[in-house]
Design a binder for this molecule. Sequence first.
Ligand code: FE2
Length: 381
Amino acid sequence: MSTSTAPSDAHMDATDDFLPLRGTDHVEFYVGNAKQAAHYYAHLFGFTIRAYRGPETGVEDAVSYLLTQNDIRFVLTSALGPDSAISDHVHRHGDGVKDIALRVEDAATSFDETTRRGATPVQAPTVHEDEDGRIVTATIATYGDTVHTFVERVGYDGLFFPGFEAWDHVAWERPSGTGLQAVDHCVGNVEEGDMDTYVEYYGQTMGFYNMLHFTDQDISTEYSALMSKVMANGDEKIKFPINEPAEGKKKSQIEEFLEFYQGPGVQHVALSTDDIIGAVRALRRRGVEFLHVPDTYYDREVLSERVGTINESIDALEELGILVDRDPDGYLLQIFTKPVQDRPTVFFEIIQREGARSFGAGNFKALFKALEREQERRGNL
Ligand code: FE2
C-alpha cells in the first residue's frame, strides 16, 4: 500500500479552531419532483418522511420534505414554477446536492470567520423563528453551485426548522430502516486543475487540513484516472474528499460527471452503518442498485494478502458485492450504489469503519473497473 493512504495525524489544536463544527446538520437535494423522491428514499433506503414545508405551511414557490434515518437528515426540495433558483439548478444539473449544511454553535461567528478568510458569502446570518424557538443560518459557497449552510439550532425544540410541519396526514406503513446511521463524508468533483483551489479554500476559510492525498498513480486504470485530496476538520467529523480528473486514455468517470452535471458538484454522499451486511441485504431487497464488483475481487488469497483477517464472512461480502480495504488504523467495508437519478451523476456509498480512517484507496482500481463497465454500457467511454 502506498504511503499516501496513511491518514495524516496533523490534527489541529482544538483551541485554534475558529470554526468548531458539531457535524453534518443535513444534506439538501434540489430535485425535479420532491414528492416522488421522498418515497424513493423511504422505500428503497429506509428513510422516514418526517416533515414537510410548502404552500400549505406558508411557502409559496417551493416544497421541501425532511427525511430522517438515525442521525441522517436529507431535505428534498422542488420548485413549483419555472422562475426560481431551484428550478434553474435542476434544469442545469438534474437532481443533485445543493447544500451540505453544517451544525455550528454560532452561525454568525462561523459566517464572519469564514468570509473574513475569503469564503464567498451567499446568505448573511438570518434568524428563523417559530413557537418552538429560533434557528440561525448563514451560507457560504463552495465548488460549482454547491453551498454550505451553517445551522445554529441551540435551544430549538421543533421538528426540524420553522415552516416545517409533521408529515403525518397520510396513513402509510412506514418502511423499516435499513441501519444507515450517519453521514460519513461527502465527495466533490471539480474541473481538472481545480482540486488544489478547493483544498486551499477549505484550508484557508474553514481551517480544514489535508488528511489524505491520492495521485493518479494510486487511483488509475488503463482508461481513466483521478486525483483526490481529502480535507477534514480538526476532529474529522467532517470529511470532504475533492476529486479532479487526471489524464487517461479515455474519458474518466469524473469527466463524465462534470459533463452530465454541467459542472462541479457533489459526486457521492457516504452513509455509515454498524452492520453493512444487514444494511446491503435490506437495500438490495428493496431495489437499490449497486455497482457490480468483478468476481476476481474475492479471490481469497489475494484478498487476505491485502486486508488480513476481518470479522465478516467473505462469502457474505462476495454475495452482496461489498468491498474491503485496510489502512494503518484498521479496516473498512464499503459499497457504491449506481447513480440515483437518470443522469450518471450523484450516487451513494455505504461504509462500515472498523478503525480505518481512510476511504478505501485500495479499492479504487476494483471500483474503477466496475465503473468503467457501466460507463461503457452508456457509450460514454
Ligand atoms: Fe467515498
